[in-house]
Every structure is written in C-alpha cells, then in structure tokens.
Design a binder for this molecule. Structure first.
Ligand SMILES: *[C@@H]1O[C@H](CO)[C@@H](O)[C@H](O)[C@H]1NC(C)=O
Ligand SMILES: *[C@@H]1O[C@H](CO)[C@@H](O)[C@H](O)[C@H]1NC(C)=O
Ligand SMILES: *[C@@H]1O[C@H](CO)[C@@H](O)[C@H](O)[C@H]1NC(C)=O
Ligand SMILES: *[C@@H]1O[C@H](CO)[C@@H](O)[C@H](O)[C@H]1NC(C)=O
Ligand SMILES: *[C@@H]1O[C@H](CO)[C@@H](O)[C@H](O)[C@H]1NC(C)=O
Length: 366
C-alpha cells in the first residue's frame, strides 16, 4: 500500500502531431490539454517524469541542484513531489534537531503553518530550481497514507478517535481545514509556469494505513468521487489555469467487475469492483479533473499472483491495467498518465519495466 519503496516513474503517451492553436487563454509556459494529449504553448507535450517525494526534504541547495541536473540529463520533464509535509506537535523538537522539512504542525484541531526556511521556503526552492532545469512539477496536497503526515492527522486532530478513515472525505471541518491548506499552497504558486498540475491527494481510498473504511464508503456510495468533484471545483476557483488531477491509483467501479481464479475460487477484484473508493471512468469525466492518474503495483496488490492456482502473471496483469486506462482516456477524451509503478527485485524490473513502458507508449491514449 505504501507504494513509495518502489522505483517509480511518470509516463505520458507519446504525442501525436496535432495541428491548430490553443483553445483557451492559457498563460505562456502553462501546460494544457487537447483531447487526450498534453500541450505546452500550442505544441504537443509528451514526457517522461520522475516521482521524488523526497526532493523538498533535502537540506542543501547543492543537493537539490544536483538532483535536478541529473533528472535533466535523463530527459525528465515532469517531477511529481509532495506539496505536504505535516508533523505532530510531539515530533517538533526532533524535527528542529534533525532539520526535517515540515510545513504543518498539528497541536490542536488547527494546524500551524511553517513558511520559514525549514518549511515552505524549501518547497519554494524546489519549484524555482525545477524551472531552471526545464522541469515542471506536479504537487500533491495530502496523502491517503500516514507517510509525511497525511489524512489521518486531520482525522485524529479534528474528528478524534473512533472514526473511520473515510470521514476525511465527508467531515465538513476536515474539508475546511484541508481547503485552508490547499489555498495556502495554490496561492503561493498559482502564477508559476513551473507547476505542471495540482493533485488532490496521493492515492485516495476509503481505507487508510491505520484506520479502516466505514460503512458509508463502500462500492456505490460515491464518497471519493464526490470529494474529487468538490475539491477539483474548489482548486479551479482559486486557479483557473493550472491542470488538476486526482492523484488516485486508478481503481475502477465496473458493472461487471473482473474476477480471477485463486486457489480454486473465483475472486472479485478489488481494483475493479469499486471497494477502494474511486470510480476511474466517472472521475475522469468530472469537469475540473483535467487528466487521470493511475498507479501499478500488482505484487503488493495481489500477494497471490504468480502462485499455483492463480491464472495470471504480474507482467500480464500490468499490461491489462495499462490498456484499461487507455480505453478510459479515449472514452473521456482526456489524457491519463501512468504515474507510479513498481515491482520488487532487479530481475523483475529488468524483465517487466520495458514491456509496461512500451505498452503505455503504444496506447497513445487515442
Ligand atoms: C499525533 O499525536 C497524537 C497525540 O499527541 C497521537 O494521539 C496521534 O496518534 C499522533 N498521530 C499520528 C498520525 O502520529
Ligand atoms: C506543539 O506542542 C509541542 C509539545 O507537544 C511544543 O513543543 C510545540 O512548541 C508546540 N508547537 C506549536 C506550533 O504550537
Ligand atoms: C482469469 O479467470 C477469469 C475467470 O475465468 C477470467 O475472467 C480472466 O480473464 C482470467 N484472467 C487471465 C489473465 O487469463
Ligand atoms: C487453498 O485452499 C485450501 C482448501 O480450501 C486451503 O486449505 C488453503 O489454505 C488455501 N490456500 C491459500 C494459499 O489460500
Ligand atoms: C519477482 O517476482 C516474482 C513474481 O511476482 C516474485 O515471486 C518474486 O518474489 C519477485 N522477486 C523479488 C526479489 O521481489
């Protein structure tokens, strides 16, 4: 579930040649979309990207520069990183000692902003340096998981003990607090061409690491799609020009969800049956969701793959997942990006990554 231990990559489809001029008055240097392609200054913009949640955690400017330089040399044009780093008040003393980057401190139902040199000024530096190397940044506003201070800090401090994870998406006090933070970040960078897109949350799901999903967040209750709608509308009202995406793993809610054989039983597939909370096809159609994201970690999602009794392999499953999202992109006429993926073991990486990347490129999402 904590997808971060894997090497990850962002990938957009190869661009098709697309004639014509831009439809809206988009400021120069801002990325936009045209059908299922991205555009930059009226030209198709296809890219390979990197996930480096840790970049704003670097404590020296020299390390930040070196990282961007090597990304540039590798041809990377888009970086995805965290626009959040929240700590508990009890962690503050340790954070000050170790130099840990933090933007929000939770000591009560109100967090305190840190826009100082150990806080948002580090994010400022990352976003500014990105521009120097021709790289644009996707910033996520919070995390579904506890890493780097996610949704469960909001839940613990605002709603209190005994709540399920999904109250993050429905409690009006939590939504107001989240939006207060979102407003802070968006207002800080909304004029910057170095931002590629805003991301509502990393991997929104009904359940979290510590807290389970409640009965209000099950297949068909629409809790996560409604939240995507509300938050994407909110962000667009603050900043009409930058792209907005979900940051989700790309779970589907299909009428006839996929099933697979395991150990003699036909199992309903969590990634297709809506239990996770997302409804990828529908979420992609939301008016202010400009493009879709999906992640790909079959080994952690199906610990029983590739074992006797299951009827598919990690590689095959990934290829199908890529195809399924390309079909959604085509239906919605919006781009989608394979935003994170990973398998464990060097041999597995060597065998599987080229085939997944090639498939994602081949789909062209059109
Ligand atoms: C934050 O600290 C409070 C008490 O200070 C504790 O109850 C809570 O579990 C902590 N939450 C996290 C996510 O660390
Ligand atoms: C939060 O509480 C801790 C003790 O738990 C204290 O050291 C710190 O100064 C407080 N921070 C803020 C921002 O209130
Ligand atoms: C596994 O079996 C199910 C049920 O027969 C089928 O729907 C699915 O397509 C199979 N998967 C693969 C990868 O063959
Ligand atoms: C497979 O099914 C058998 C018989 O029902 C059961 O004993 C066994 O624990 C199952 N194996 C796994 C890995 O679930
Ligand atoms: C490589 O993939 C296989 C199949 O999923 C898995 O059993 C194996 O543990 C993986 N290797 C490593 C080192 O993770």
């Amino acid at each position: 579930m904590l997808a971060l231990q894997f090497v990850t990559l962002l990938l957009s489809a190869a661009a098709l040649a697309f004639p014509g001029s831009s439809k809206r008055s988009i400021p120069r240097g801002f990325v936009s979309t045209r059908g299922s392609q991205f555009e930059l200054d009226g030209k198709p913009f296809a890219f390979v990207g990197a996930n480096s949640y840790w970049l704003p955690l670097l404590t020296t400017n020299d390390d930040v520069e070196k990282t961007f330089k090597s990304m540039q040399q590798a041809g990377i044009k888009v970086l995805r990183t965290w626009g959040f780093n929240a700590i508990n008040g009890s962690e503050l003393v340790g954070a000050l000692e170790s130099g840990l980057t933090y933007y929000q401190v939770w000591n009560s139902s109100e967090w305190t902003l840190n826009d100082g040199p150990q806080g948002l000024q580090r994010l400022d530096n990352v976003i500014e340096t990105a521009g120097k190397y021709g790289i644009k940044v996707i910033l996520a506003f919070t995390n579904n998981w506890v890493g780097y201070g996610g949704a469960e800090l909001y839940i613990n401090w605002i709603a209190g003990a005994g709540n399920t994870h999904d109250v993050f998406f429905t409690d009006p006090r939590i939504i107001a607090s989240y939006q207060k933070y979102v407003r802070t970040i968006v207002n800080r960078y909304k004029n910057s061409p170095n931002i590629f897109a805003w991301e509502l949350m990393n991997e929104a799901r009904c359940l979290g690491d510590m807290l389970p999903a409640g009965p209000n967040c099950v297949a068909g209750t629409n809790v996560v799609p409604k939240w995507y709608r509300q938050q994407s509308d909110f962000v667009k009202s603050l900043d009409p020009h930058h792209l907005i995406t979900t940051g989700g793993e790309g779970h589907f809610f299909w009428k006839n969800p996929v099933k697979y054989w395991f150990n003699g039983t036909l199992v309903s597939d969590y990634n297709f049956n809506g239990q996770a909370g997302e409804d990828f096809d529908k979420d992609l159609l939301l008016p202010n969701i400009d493009f879709g994201t999906y992640h790909l970690y079959p080994q952690s999602w199906y610990s029983n793959l590739d074992t006797p009794g299951s009827n598919f392999s990690v590689e095959q499953w990934g290829l199908g997942w890529i195809d399924d999202h390309a079909i959604s992109a085509k239906k919605a006429n919006k781009p989608v990006i394979l935003e994170e993926f990973g398998v464990g073991g060097l041999d597995n990486k060597t065998n599987i990554y080229p085939s997944w990347v090639q498939r994602a490129l081949d789909t062209k999402h059109a």
